[in-house]
Design a protein around this ligand. Structure first.
Ligand SMILES: NC(=O)c1ccc[n+]([C@@H]2O[C@H](COP(=O)([O-])OP(=O)(O)OC[C@H]3O[C@@H](n4cnc5c(N)ncnc54)[C@H](OP(=O)(O)O)[C@@H]3O)[C@@H](O)[C@H]2O)c1
Length: 253
């Protein structure tokens, strides 16, 4: 009898999140994917793998709506239904890189709502709804080196990831006080050949002085494929010491 596990992942329609969702598929898994677009291939693959799949086309720029929807959905499960329960906050956006002095207020707000508010509100909803469950619980926040090292014209992205790192540290302290507290990590996933990198390479160089860094990463073959990056992230997630360092890098030994 396969174990029954729950996984929730945001931004599973493309890039790293899509590869994570595909690699998570297994018998007995209940999988919820949240992004604006659905992955048309995932339904058939999930059914073949024995995974029960739900895909929400939900804009995470409306994090309060998304978090309420998640709370309501999680309330439909029994406290002893799953052996493991996992939330992966993977969705993010670099928007259109430019200095803060010329950024549009609406774009800044979306970047912060998708990159920081949504992960925090979804984590809160997940921790509240599953707090009395018997399942072993994990939260994985997909961060970035840019949360730890600043870059010009990336202020909202840097701020969102730095905020993600630091709220993960705070939540790790909270959960450590509980008898079945969740383990939480904000993990930098390395550099990955996705649409996000295309956006960075194609940004207007007049407003983005470090564009060349991203062109060189691609030209130098330094980007992981989404599948390779997802395998590294899932290997980190499976580590025995997962949660011992709430802010980590997939390249940590
Ligand atoms: N690529 C890299 O080199 C790199 C490096 C460090 C960290 N990361 C982090 O890794 C994660 C995945 O990045 P990626 O490279 O795979 O990015 P990506 O290819 O641009 O994919 C982003 C994902 O986020 C979702 N998303 C974006 N805006 C959304 C919104 N408003 N509502 C709901 N979902 C939204 C997208 O789905 P929809 O468009 O369907 O909504 C998509 O599935 C991000 O957190 C990123 O910051 C990436």
């Amino acid at each position: 009898m396969p174990s029954k596990n729950l996984a929730i992942i945001t931004g599973a329609s493309r890039g790293l999140g899509r590869s994570l969702a595909h690699q998570l598929l297994q018998p007995g898994l209940r999988l919820l994917c949240i992004s604006r677009q659905a992955d048309s291939e995932l339904e058939a693959l999930a059914s073949k793998a024995g995974t029960e799949l739900t895909q929400w086309q939900q804009d995470l720029a409306e994090p309060v709506v998304a978090a309420q929807r998640l709370s309501d959905w999680l309330a439909g499960f029994e406290a002893d239904e799953f052996e493991h329960a996992l939330l992966i906050n993977n969705a993010g956006t670099v928007g259109n890189p430019k200095p803060l002095s010329v950024a549009r207020a609406g774009d800044l707000s979306v970047a912060l709502r998708v990159g920081l508010e949504a992960p925090m509100l979804l984590s809160s909803a997940f921790l509240a709804a599953t707090g009395s469950w018997s399942a072993r619980r994990k939260v994985l926040n997909i961060s970035s080196g840019l949360g730890r090292n600043a870059m010009a014209s990336q202020a909202p992205y840097c701020a969102a990831k730095a905020g993600m790192d630091h709220f993960s540290r705070a939540v790790a302290l909270e959960e450590a006080r509980l008898s079945n507290g969740a383990r939480i990590v904000s993990l930098a996933p390395g550099v990955i050949d996705t649409d996000m990198q295309v956006q960075l390479r194609e940004a207007d160089p007049a407003g983005f002085p470090d564009r060349g860094i991203f062109e060189n990463l691609k030209a130098g073959g330094k980007l992981d494929s989404p599948d390779a990056a997802a395998a590294k992230v899932l290997a980190y997630l499976a580590r025995e010491d997962y949660g011992s360092k709430p802010v980590a890098d997939v390249r940590d030994a």
